[in-house]
Design a protein around this ligand. Structure first.
Ligand SMILES: NC(=O)c1ccc[n+]([C@@H]2O[C@H](COP(=O)([O-])OP(=O)(O)OC[C@H]3O[C@@H](n4cnc5c(N)ncnc54)[C@H](OP(=O)(O)O)[C@@H]3O)[C@@H](O)[C@H]2O)c1
Length: 334
């Protein structure tokens, strides 16, 4: 296989990284049984941190970022996969420990691969990506822990982001009333309502008090922010409600008390998509290609860019100005 284009991040100095396009051969990539010709990838918050160097996501250098990829098998030493098979990988430590999807070819572990489900195109799998997979993982865990629409509305924070946007769509589709708590109220209301939000609430205007238990308002919550926002949710979710803790866009800290847990039976559910057990992973993708397929996937894809446009698009994501999902066309094959 001849050389191909890859976006690789180097660390020329201890606390400085640099992302640049290079021509490399497949032997420069981390080991794996399957080489995939990448058709599509996307941008997740983590990818933006890795490319811009704003967060320590990559575990060694040089490294190809990109925690998601979809494409066709080029070569395989694993009997489960043959050249031409349509496949995808989300998480499983690609774009962190191993080289990821921001290149024309990727070499990955066979165990990390999911066959493209029949109900989705390769492009649609990357419109969903880790962001949508994670939102669906949260829905799955909350339903397993008896979250039901009759318990009250679901508060979704960071709803204009990748995870949040798909969460709004999924929870609405699952029969819940959805309250989108956003920092972009007034600017993104039409977008959020089109996805299924019943109410759009300005995060800055929320004043729910600081007592360990405040007036209970939401049946459950999906939180992408952490920090003060997650603490507020613990104080305001109704008895037996679940809060799926997904992200830290605001802060990695959490200051709360045990009161919501011992006096309201509230559950804080951890969501860790990277190392999601394979059986759950397959089940979630099967749901996402069928009953849970986002209804407004095309609305969620607000930008489609090329590999060359990735560095600038990652800067935009970190600046918090992006709404929805950014798709990256690599070879662009369906
Ligand atoms: N646990 C997991 O397995 C997992 C998987 C995927 C992602 N994540 C994490 O989940 C979070 C969301 O990921 P994403 O890909 O959806 O990111 P994203 O597309 O950048 O969306 C994050 C959203 O959070 C809000 N936000 C951004 N910066 C903020 C700040 N400084 N303070 C308060 N709100 C802010 C914005 O929404 P509004 O303007 O609408 O408020 C933004 O759209 C990230 O922390 C990411 O690392 C975790």
């Amino acid at each position: 296989m001849s050389e191909f284009t890859a976006l690789r991040v180097h660390a020329p100095e201890k606390n400085r990284t640099e992302a640049r396009f290079e021509r490399i051969g497949v032997d420069a990539l981390s080991a794996g049984e399957v080489v995939v010709r990448v058709a599509w990838t996307g941008i997740n918050y983590k990818d933006a941190l890795a490319v811009t160097g704003k967060g320590r996501i990559l575990k060694s250098y040089p490294k190809v970022p990109g925690i998601d990829l979809a494409g066709h098998v080029e070569t395989s030493t694993d009997a489960r996969y043959r050249p031409g098979d349509a496949v995808l990988v989300t998480g499983c430590n690609i774009g962190e420990v191993y080289d990821g999807g921001y290149a024309e070819f990727a070499r990955v572990a066979a165990d990390s691969i999911i066959r493209k489900p029949d109900g989705l195109t390769l492009r649609e799998t990357m419109a969903i990506g880790t962001a949508g997979f994670t939102a669906a993982f949260a829905l799955r865990r909350m339903l397993e822990n008896h979250q039901a629409p009759a318990m009250g509305p679901i508060a979704i924070t960071g709803p204009t982001g990748g995870v949040g946007s798909i969460a709004v769509d999924l929870f609405k589709r699952a029969g819940f009333t959805v309250h989108a708590i956003t920092g972009k109220a007034g600017k993104a209301d039409d977008y959020l309502r089109a996805l299924g939000a019943d109410e759009v609430i300005a995060r800055q205007s929320l004043d729910v008090g600081n007592k360990p238990l405040e007036s209970a308002r939401w049946g459950g919550a999906v939180d992408n922010l952490g920090g003060e926002t997650l603490a507020m949710l613990t104080r305001t979710v109704k008895p037996w409600g679940n809060i799926a803790s997904i992200g830290l866009a605001q802060s990695h800290e959490l200051h709360t008390t045990v009161m919501p847990f011992i006096l309201r039976g509230v559950s804080l559910l951890g969501i860790h998509s990277v190392e999601c057990p394979r059986a759950w992973r397959e089940d979630i993708w099967a749901k996402l290609s069928g009953a849970w397929k986002p209804r407004v996937l095309e609305r969620l894809v607000t930008r489609e860019i090329t590999l060359q446009e990735l560095p600038a698009a990652c800067e935009d994501l970190i600046a918090g100005t992006v709404t929805g999902r950014t798709l990256v066309r690599v070879s662009g094959a369906e």
